[in-house]
Design a protein around this ligand. Structure first.
Ligand code: RTP
Ligand code: MG
Length: 156
């Protein structure tokens, strides 16, 4: 799942609820295509508490976790499976640092500088490693290899 044919790599990207409600989806997709990523699959979905908690399980003991779950369930998200060479690190570089307030200063051309607000509302997600990417792609999509795609969670 992590690697497609011809040495390309896959990663999971998401436009978070603030990005969708702020109408940044089209601009973010334009940036993605301009940066030579292929959008292999995409899905609009509304995360419920259980799904958002499971997705961010690694942060479950952090003090910000309940707030993060509330944020991620506050509206629909756009989940995308992206593919290109070095997709994981290239997508992380494109979105910029976690704290969107800092991103506006240190990485003004990043996506989080464009549409994020602060250390929580940072408008986009990106897998942080190839192993995370593999887990997260399986979390949202199945049968991605054949192109016969289906979502594991209910679509809107
Ligand atoms: P993401 O997983 O969403 O791509 O973000 P990230 O790797 O840059 O940051 P991570 O440490 O994985 O944190 C996940 C998300 O939790 C929220 N957060 N809030 N209030 C806070 O201090 C705080 N810290 C993190 C953010 O929405 C962050 O993207
Ligand atoms: Mg993360």
């Amino acid at each position: 799942l992590g690697n497609g044919a011809s040495g390309e790599e896959r990663t999971l990207a998401m436009v978070k609820p603030d990005g969708v409600s702020g109408n940044y989806t089209d601009e973010i997709k334009r940036i993605i295509v301009e940066a030579s990523f292929s959008i292999v699959n995409e899905m609009f979905t509304q995360l419920d508490k259980e799904t958002a908690s499971a997705f961010y399980e690694e942060h479950s003991s952090r003090s910000f976790f309940p707030h993060l779950v509330t944020y991620m369930t506050s509206g629909p998200v756009l989940v995308m499976l992206l593919e290109k060479r070095n997709a994981v690190s290239d997508w992380r570089r494109l979105i910029g640092p976690t704290d969107a307030g800092k991103a506006k200063i240190s990485h003004p051309h990043s996506i989080r500088a464009l549409c994020g607000k602060d250390s929580e509302r940072n408008c986009v997600h990106g897998s942080d490693s190839t192993s995370s990417a593999e887990r997260e792609i399986k979390f949202f999509f199945k049968n991605v290899v054949s192109g016969d795609t289906a979502s594991q969670h209910d679509e809107l």
